[in-house]
Ligand binder design. Structure first.
Ligand code: ATP
Length: 239
């Protein structure tokens, strides 16, 4: 693994008006790493992803992606640079077909790359392959989540950020989604930052984890160590 981080965040501060949601976060990701971000409701996990993908302008701090400080840069440019954010709550376009949703996800790419991206989505999620012309709003919740992940991959990201990919999804579909993420990480070396309430599921996939507590980093470490730390599980992970 190369020794230069693909993403290095330092002193990240974010706020909504007068309310601070992040109080100075430091984290880094090496290329190809899968990293989980855990923590209770309101800890600031979504806020962190929104800063990294350019949806929220940080108050302070540096976000260095691939050597450049991108803090405060607009989201559209960051997608083209290789950052993709699969938001909480899926946000598929309900009136568009599965195929059209995927095409929208590939807006930064040319036609050939879009066609390849659709093939790739079908490989990782065969259930979507059977439903290409179905309206996304008529998919089950789990299928919509698969579509959200597949759409997030259409821009060929080097950093894929996922916000609660298991939320509201049946256990069998959770497994399909997390198996696909493991395949994508292994086969394509896509770096991933995964926000999850299901700590065990996330840490099973991840190399490392960070635990956020009310806007600050409480704990970080290798996934295996976090998984077996009883005090940590009781304090932060509902274990
Ligand atoms: P959850 O697990 O419930 O999604 P989270 O860890 O992702 O929580 P955030 O959504 O980042 O937490 O919220 C962090 C803090 O910022 C919370 O106190 C929340 O109330 C606040 N917050 C989030 N979005 C807004 C907003 N649009 N306006 C004002 N406050 C906000």
């Amino acid at each position: 693994m190369p020794d230069t981080p693909i993403l290095e965040v330092s002193g990240l501060v974010a706020a909504y008006g007068a309310i601070r949601a992040l109080h100075g976060i430091d984290l880094s990701l090496m290329p190809g790493e899968v990293v989980a971000v855990l923590g209770a409701n309101g800890a600031g996990k979504t806020t962190l992803l929104r800063c990294l993908s350019g949806l929220l302008k940080p108050v302070d701090g540096r976000i260095v992606f691939d050597g450049d400080d991108i803090a405060g840069k607009p989201a559209e440019g960051l997608v083209a640079r290789g950052i993709s954010h699969v938001p909480q709550g899926r946000m598929v376009f309900p009136g568009l077909s599965v195929r059209e949703n995927l095409i929208v996800g590939g807006w930064t790419r040319d036609r050939a790359a879009t066609a390849q991206g659709i093939d790739r989505a079908c490989t990782y999620f065969p259930r979507l392959a059977e439903r290409m012309d179905q309206q996304a709003g008529t998919l089950s919740g789990g299928e919509q989540q698969m579509l959200a992940v597949a759409r997030g991959l259409m821009s060929q990201p080097r950093l894929l950020m996922l916000d609660e990919p298991s939320m509201g999804v049946a256990p069998v579909i959770k497994a399909v989604i997390f198996d696909a993420l493991a395949d994508i990480a292994r086969d394509e070396g896509v770096t991933m930052l995964i926000v999850e309430q299901d700590a065990e599921l996330a840490l099973d996939l991840a190399d490392r984890g960070y635990v956020l507590e009310t806007g600050s980093l409480a704990v970080q470490g290798p996934a295996e160590a976090l998984l077996v730390d009883d005090a940590l599980r009781r304090a932060y992970l509902g274990g």
